[in-house]
Every structure is written in C-alpha cells, then in structure tokens.
Design a protein around this ligand. Sequence first.
Ligand SMILES: Cc1ncc(COP(=O)(O)O)c(C=O)c1O
Length: 513
Amino acid sequence: MSSNTSGFQLTPGHVYTASLSVAAVFSLLVMYDVAKTAVKRKYRRHRRSSLSASRPIREEEEEEDDDESEEEDETRSVAGESVISVDHHTKIRLGPDGRPVSGLQRDRLVVRDGRMSDTEINMHLSTLLDHLKERTRHHLGYPYNLSFRSDNLVPFLQYSVNNLGDPFVASNYGVHSRDFEIAVLDFFANIYQIPRDQYWGYCTCSGTEGNLLGILYGREKFMPKRDAVLYCSRDTHYSVPKAAAMYRMDLELIDSDETGEMIYADLERKLMRHPDRPALINVNVGTTVKGASDTVDEVLAVLKKLNIPRERFYNHVDGALSGVILPFVSSRCENKRISFDKPIDSVSVSGHKMLGTPMPSGIVITRLEHSKRWASDVEYLNSTDTTIMGSRNGQAAIAMWVALQRKGIDGLRADVVQCIDNAKYLKELLDGSGIKSWLNEFSTTVTFERPPEDVVQKWQLACKGDIAHAVVMPSVHKKKLRAFHHDFVEARQRGTEELPKDPRDTTLFTGGG
Ligand SMILES: Cc1ncc(COP(=O)(O)O)c(C=O)c1O
C-alpha cells in the first residue's frame, strides 16, 4: 500500500481498477477504429444491400436497380486477369484462362484464429447478396428457375431439418419433414402413373443424385453377376457416364441425331454387340445442351424387336429438366410420355430446374421392388439405408412442396406453356437478326452461335465449342429476352469476335454438357 501528500491511499484495488479501465478504453478505441474503417470501405460499395431480402427479384426491380449510380470499382488488378463490364455498376473479372474469377475477394474471407465481428460478417454477406442479386438478374444459360418465393421457408432455417435414411421408415431423429417429402413424391408418382403402393423414392439433393440412384438400382437388378451394360446417347448428361465409372460398368455410347435425340438404329446395333448381357438404358427427357427428348416407345420397340425379355433390361429416365415439361404436353407426344404403365424402372428430376426452389433439389422415383433389393437396416439410424446420401436436406423437401402447392397442376402447365412460347419468341428474335438458332419441339432450350465473350459472361450462357444456349425458364420473361437479344446484336455489330459456324453442325455437340 502507498500514500501521497494529499492523504489519498493507493491500494492494489485502485491499481487493478485503473488498469482495467485503461485497457477497456484502449480496446474500445482500437475496435472503433477497425470497425469504422471496415464500415466506411464496405458501406460505400454495398449501400444498396439488405440482408433481409428473401423475395424473388422481379423485372420491375431490375429497372430500378439499373438507375442507381455507379459504384466504386475496387477490383484489384492481378497479372493475366481482365475485367469486363456487365452493366454500369457491375464488372466481372476474368482469369488468365478467360473464365470468371470470384468477385468475392477470397483473401478477405479467410478464417483466422480470432473470431470475426458480426458487423464484418454481415458486410461480407452483404457483398455476396449483391453478387447473387445481380447474377440472378442476368441469367439465361442454365436450366434453373430463379423465380420463387421463400418468405414462408425462412423460419425453417432455425432448424436442422434432416430427413436422413429412408423417407418411408422414420428414424429416431425427429427434426425432419418426411410427411412433406412423401407428399412431393406422391405428386410425381401420380404424374408418372405409378400407384402409391408400387413406388418408392426420395427427395434427392439434385438430378445427378437421382441418376446415381437409378443406375445403381439398375445394376443391382442383375445380381449377383451385376454384368449389365449401360447404354446412353452421346448427348447424355455427364452424370450418367460418371455412374458407369463409379459402379465399374461397361458403357456403350449411342449416336444421336442433329436434334440431340438418340438414334434407335444405333441402339439396336450396340445392344446386339452384347447378346448375353442385361441392358441398362438411360432415356433422356430433356438433354443438357439441346433440350432433346428420347422417345421411350422407340427404345421399347428396339428391346421388343431384339426379343429382350423384361427381366433382362432396366430403363432409367433422366428427366432432370423436362421431367416437369413433358407430362404437360404429352397429349401431343404419347410415344414420349414418361409412364410406369410402360416398362420403365426409375425417373430422376431436378427440383430447382423447372419447378424452382431456392436450393438444389430433386426427386427420384423407382419401382418398389428395386429399393427392396438394395435396402439394409441400419441400427444407428433406426431407418433403412436405401438412399445415396445419408443426411438429406429436409428444407429442400419443404421448398419443393411449397412450390408445388403454390402452382398446382394448372400453374405448372401454365409455366410450361409460357416457357415454350417464350423460347419460340427468342428464336424468332434471333432468326430475325440473322443469328441462326435451334429449338426442339417440347423444349425451352434455344441453341445459337456463340456470342462475343462479354455477352456470354453477362448472361451466364452455357457454351459448348462454338455453340451457346439459353434455357427459357419461368423466371425468364420476354423483356429479359429482348435485353439479351439487344446485347447480342450490338456486340455482333461491334464485331468483337469472329462469327462461328452453323449451329446445326452437330459435330459441335459431342456429348452432354
Ligand atoms: C439432362 C440432365 N441430367 C442431369 C442433370 C444434373 O442435374 P443436377 O444439376 O440437378 O444435378 C442435368 C443438369 O443440367 C441435365 O441437364
């Protein structure tokens, strides 16, 4: 203990309290300075963002956004990178290979030893939100329906909704949405004409998972030899050959015609190469690049012609995109109808494509007997292992159910009619400007010559060689198509790139995208 001349006694308690106060003031000053600098830097760039936005972006909003003033360009220049302008407030950085690099400043997102403040976390999320919002406005190339309402889904993010295991065998984990999942499956079983007591299925994380499941079940049908050959057209999505590689199956690629549809004479020739082995055939309903649909009745006719009995073949339908298009137009194409009244075995569909969900999703439906062959009980789950994944996204099942209920059969049909009409409209616009384009019947995928790179990047077009495509989804309206067409024609007139070949040159389309 010490004292001074005024008689004040400086106790250890005083020293301790004073040092705490100094430390606290110092930390506050440092925190304030860090936060102020960060807020200033970020807020300039993200003043338009709102983390509460969970509404779909409508076209009227796009107009409003376009009126806003130009943002500061903080893009750092990195060797070999270039920058293109998407519009007056958005730029995209392209890497040395010409591909877009993340505009999200990865180095600032590094997880360090200490925690990040909520303010800074929210600023980074805000950056991401801006990015997603802008990229959603300018999207045409991938078959994703970006128009949905997620307002009543938001409260479910407070829960870890996990439908682990078999949807029809409840596990001990109670935070699930199995009833909604089964309602979604019942809907698809109904449109694909299989009675409730004869199907099995589940809500997948995507169309790919459904393909992996369908092909696995197809291989298992021919136990114990598991010697089926997998047949698929050259226009098939890459997940199907991937399944062949994963399951160590022999693969026969069938030629397809200029529209992208399988050539059935070639299927017949290739089946005849393996007379002693069962056949697992992948039927495309909406190919990745050209949106073509194989004709299931033609496949069945080939099997019949070669006298291949039912127990020696398995047909999997990849309906990732058009699994929600064909059922609504099939009165005009009975021979393409997806129906379990025909000898098909499984169907896979993506939920985020034609239907539209705020996360990747999908369904797979199979005949019940196939799931029984594979099923094994898992004590830990108190459920049955029938699926590809263990934990499964219960939020996605709710989202699909909400999307289906909001539309109903009539709404889905209206979406299909609108998308086909709008796809024709885009084709007319392009043809009218001398840009060759291609559109299959019952499809919403318009293929055309590859536009200059700034147009490809702005509109996120999927390209294959000299060809690009736009997939006209329910989130794509005529106004957006006109804006795209305008950009395309303008860029073409600038002559920024050499004009490519005729899109109907099918040598450009080898394999799915
Ligand atoms: C024909 C086809 N099958 C399967 C898939 C894979 O679907 P997902 O992206 O949902 O995994 C796609 C994706 O575009 C596709 O076009």
